[in-house]
Write a protein that binds this ligand. Structure first.
Ligand code: PLP
Length: 393
């Protein structure tokens, strides 16, 4: 056999695996160190009680021959698809058919797997800094990447390219910068995609953190987007499902390739061959998140993280650091003091403050000079981390 040599082009380690390695090496050498982890974007609050009850009930159904279920639909159960359409899209004036929503085991798999149905000679535009999955999965496929610099001058939303791109990844609210995109700027991206017959892969995994209703929650709020965009959503950060695993992808039937092929049909074909559907239990849990009580519980969990975000953001700003994000996002993007190298600052925070953050350079060259801090820690940890950081900056 021969391997897919594209894999040899990947950077040595996945970013978060490298951070985990460095933290664990430090911890082995200093077992007494009480380390606060505000690096990886994993949640710390328990799931909404309504989702827990729904999942318990779903487990019970498996214990009875009358209610037991085997394989479900590859595209997801209608009860969840209907709830998604009714709550995430209809109130914003977006009409979707059931067969335009594909429930999955999360946005990481879908943003990675979507490349299966896209040609390898497409030119891919990737915002920099970026969630590493888009870069890695395109390197695995052997596609050419074109980086779109995102910095404070363009509000971390990139300049509309002058050259042709076939595929464009956008993620708002953004990981890692915490930036959001305005309706005007998203319209400019959609217009670009329509002009170039490109597809925008729009990752809205953090949509639930948007506080300002004038900001677009879905790319389909923009005229013409159904003809040029795929949207990815996740229950991970919305409802604490990082371990449960459930998300979904919207592929409108209007979206066609240059030669007129339906992308929706192709993805459906791909899913039927390679995916056996998300777990029924997870889907019942996700459905419950849309009930009035579930929605209230989700709101209070998000409020908890957002109060951490506001505290981290204002405290760092008061220390004289330049901060971005944290207003409609659980991520705070912080300039390193005096332009310190981001891995150097990461190591200094680890060894001198016992606080783990994520070095910006790990998200791309334009992330150099920044670190990402997450608001997903506990309130106590967020406060303790800030006190420790204060002593060393
Ligand atoms: N998209 C972005 C931008 C993320 O930051 C993450 C997780 O950190 C994901 C997708 C993954 O989401 P899921 O847990 O649904 O796979």
């Amino acid at each position: 056999m021969r391997i897919n040599t594209n894999y040899l082009q990947l950077s040595g380690r996945y970013l978060f695996a490298e951070i985990a390695r460095q933290v664990s090496a430090y911890k082995s050498a200093h077992p007494e160190a009480d380390i606060i982890r505000l690096g990886i974007g994993d949640v710390t609050r328990p799931l909404p009680p309504t989702a827990i009850r729904a999942m318990r009930q779903a487990v019970e159904e498996y214990a009875d021959t009358r209610t037991f279920r085997g394989y479900g639909p590859e595209q997801g159960y209608d009860f969840l698809i209907d709830a998604i359409i009714a709550h995430d899209f209809a109130p914003r004036g977006i009409r979707l058919d059931r067969d335009e929503v594909f429930v999955s085991d999360g946005a990481k798999s879908d943003t990675g797997n979507i490349g299966d149905i896209l040609a390898t000679d497409n030119i891919v535009g990737i915002t920099d800094p970026v969630y590493p999955v888009y870069v890695d999965t395109n390197i695995m496929a052997g596609r050419n990447l074109c980086y779109i610099p995102c910095h404070a001058q363009n509000d971390f939303t990139g300049n509309i390219p002058t050259q042709h791109l076939d595929i464009i990844y956008l993620c708002y609210p953004n990981n890692p910068t915490g930036a959001v995109i305005t309706r005007e700027k998203l319209t400019a991206w959609v217009d670009y995609a329509l002009r170039h017959q490109s597809v925008i892969l729009y990752d809205a995994a953090y949509e639930a953190f948007i506080r300002d209703d004038t900001l677009p929650h879905s790319i389909y709020e923009i005229e013409g987007a159904k003809r040029c965009a795929i949207e990815f959503r996740s229950f991970s950060k919305t409802a604490g499902f990082t371990g449960v695993r459930c998300g979904y992808t919207v592929i409108p039937k209007e979206l066609k390739s240059e030669d007129g092929t339906s992308v929706n049909t192709l993805w459906n074909r791909r899913q039927c061959s390679k995916f056996n559907g998300a777990s029924y239990i997870a889907q019942r849990g996700a459905e419950a998140v849309y009930s009035p009580e579930g929605a209230r519980e989700v709101r209070s969990i998000i409020d908890y993280y957002m109060s951490n975000a506001a505290f981290i953001r204002s405290s760092l700003a008061n220390m004289g650091l330049t901060v971005y994000g944290g207003e409609h996002s659980p991520y705070i993007w912080v300039s390193t003091p005096d332009g310190e190298d981001s891995w150097h600052f990461f190591r200094r925070l680890l060894t001198d403050a016992h606080v783990v953050v994520t070095p910006g350079e790990g998200f791309g060259s334009h992330g150099e000079g920044y670190v990402r801090i997450t608001a997903f820690g506990t309130c106590d940890d967020s406060h303790a981390a800030i006190e420790r950081i204060r002593k060393i900056v």
